[in-house]
Design a protein around this ligand. Structure first.
Ligand SMILES: Cc1cc2nc3c(=O)[nH]c(=O)nc-3n(C[C@H](O)[C@H](O)[C@H](O)COP(=O)(O)O)c2cc1C
Length: 122
């Protein structure tokens, strides 16, 4: 089962259920109400090296958060929409937005957090 399909089934979103799908998208772009969201940028002149470093750093953040009882959600979709960030942060010229990472204590009773994706495709 693909991750997206399993997630939407857990959330009770039927295929073609545009309203529910839209609501889930809003939650995604609200970082699932996490208290903290980290945005990862890379230097434009050292792209591949910086990209590798950023992914290693992100994994370290995810594991270290887990070790401290926190939960994370790496969100590739947050890398698609840079303009709102420019209103809040002084981003050095040319820096490329890679993705975001939501961070908070996990709320286990939330439906979205009850989804446990399989680690291998069947
Ligand atoms: C490259 C990548 C991008 C992702 N982007 C998003 C995203 O934008 N929104 C989202 O809800 N989950 C996204 N996910 C999925 C979650 O980060 C996470 O992997 C998923 O909830 C499963 O978590 P687990 O592997 O810790 O069980 C992405 C995963 C990967 C690998």
């Amino acid at each position: 089962m693909t991750k997206g399909k399993g997630l939407y089934e857990t959330l009770g979103i039927a295929r073609g259920g545009m309203q529910a799908w839209g609501d889930a998208m809003i939650q995604n772009f609200m970082f699932f109400d996490a208290s903290v969201v980290i945005f990862i940028f890379i230097h434009p002149r050292i792209m591949i090296t910086a990209l590798v470093d950023s992914v290693i750093m992100m994994q370290s953040l995810v594991l270290s958060a887990k070790n401290r009882g926190l939960g994370t959600c790496p969100q590739g979709s947050l890398g698609m929409w840079r303009s709102p960030l420019k209103e809040h942060f002084d981003i050095p010229k040319g820096y490329k937005l890679v993705c975001g990472l939501a961070l908070d204590y996990p709320k286990e009773d939330e439906k979205v957090n009850q989804y446990r994706p399989r680690k291998t495709e069947s």
